[in-house]
Design a protein around this ligand. Structure first.
Ligand code: GLA
Length: 386
């Protein structure tokens, strides 16, 4: 694959549309250190953008049409701005959703040509979709001088995902793609939307993603199911506790009293969310002290919760986490993102990376007949115009 850059996407745009683009933007995918499935429960998350991006080049047109070209799918599609609606399973939905919601928020758009490309691996749980939505919002904001704030862009991107991609996601991915800073992780309170950056000083350690290359087609419906289960748990508890608006507000006593015997399934799911929120706080404290051993232990605990209780893992992810436990050079690992495939996140000694890959790759590939793809990531800057 060609290395994508401003020049590369500019040339592509010229090739497709016979003119130079007016604006080029890029927005990153993300990792999440800890705080999984907590965002839509008003909880805490700890994401960082990665050095893998969606690129967007955009140029004016003299009519009300939008002409889109995806380099990855090698497909041209065009629409009229007054007739934007979701398509069945198309890459264009991430663009159309953003366009639709920008207009719905009262902003005036005019026709444009757009080329998209990127190196964020698709279906790997690193939010290629949020990175594209955010890059589109950044580019359209600039070319039409819309004056969108970072939060406007974040929320437009999230709503696009809900309505055009059909995933009732939380705010984490779009937040990370827009707000991240180089070498930092951001702890976001998904209720108040206050956030704080923490330096990610890993010294002789590093973060490594291991991509299972598993993409379960049921992932988005299972995701929406989990969200509903959490809402149901809140509904039950809030009948007596009117101040309980989300799982953020419940304590373990409420969970035991209201769910344990009557709704055991909800009890297990809600308890996971409750515990995971606590883990985010603990990991932030440990990061501040530079105590990476403790961070690692919480990563393993998070994985156990996601796998055994929240049930969003799969055999491939579990295998990878179990395998690395035997190496003292690995401080911790867990599945990352929505689940049912995608990557594990590993915190390990930099010097051990080649050896770990050499050991795991053949074992994984022999067992699952799937490739194992290591991805090294660097915490990076959020979306911007190039
Ligand atoms: C997906 C969603 C996020 C978040 C994670 C799980 O990435 O888009 O909002 O819920 O899953 O933490």
């Amino acid at each position: 694959m060609a290395t994508i850059s401003k020049q590369y996407i500019t040339e592509k745009f010229e090739e497709v549309f016979g003119q130079a683009p007016d604006v080029v933007s890029k927005s990153p995918g993300r990792i999440n250190i800890i705080g999984e499935h907590t965002d839509y429960n008003d909880g805490f998350v700890l994401p960082a953008a990665i050095d893998k991006y969606s690129y967007v080049a955009v140029g004016h047109r003299n009519d009300d049409e939008i002409h889109l070209f995806s380099q990855l799918f090698n497909e041209n599609l065009s629409f009229n701005l007054s007739e934007i609606k979701a398509l069945e399973n198309s890459w264009a939905n991430y663009i159309l959703g953003v366009v639709y919601h920008i207009q719905k928020n009262g902003h005036q758009l005019k026709g444009f040509n757009m080329v998209i490309d990127g190196d964020v691996p698709l279906g790997a749980g690193v939010s290629s979709s949020a990175s594209l939505e955010s890059a589109v919002a950044v580019a359209l904001d600039r070319i039409f001088d819309l004056g969108l704030s970072k939060w406007d862009m974040t929320k437009i991107a999230q709503t696009a995902e809900h309505t055009f991609a059909g995933v009732k996601c939380g705010i984490m991915d779009q937040f990370a793609s827009v707000f991240s800073k180089e070498d930092k992780v951001a702890k976001l309170d998904c209720r108040s939307l206050e956030f704080e950056y923490f330096p990610l000083e890993l010294g002789e350690y590093t973060l490594l993603l291991l991509n299972t290359n598993v993409k379960h087609s049921l992932a988005s419906s299972a995701y929406n199911d989990r969200r509903e289960a959490c809402e149901k748990a809140v509904e039950i508890i809030s009948k007596d506790f009117h101040d309980v608006k989300s799982l953020r507000d419940v304590n373990s006593q409420m969970l035991r009293e209201y769910l344990y015997s009557d709704y055991p399934e909800l009890y297990v799911k809600a308890s996971y969310v409750h515990d995971e929120n606590k883990r985010v706080e603990e990991v932030c404290k440990a990061l501040e002290k530079g105590d990476l051993e403790t961070v690692g232990l919480f990563l393993y605990a998070s994985h156990e919760g996601l796998s055994e209780y929240y049930e969003v893992s799969c055999d491939e992810l579990d295998f990878l986490v179990d395998e690395v436990r035997q190496y003292p050079e690995v401080l911790g690992a867990r599945m990352m993102g929505g689940g049912f495939g995608g990557c594990t996140l590993n915190l390990l000694k930099k010097s051990f990376v080649p050896e770990l890959i050499a050991k795991l790759k053949p074992a994984y590939e022999a067992k699952f007949n799937l490739e194992l793809t290591p991805i090294e990531v660097v915490p990076s800057e959020g979306g911007h115009v190039l």
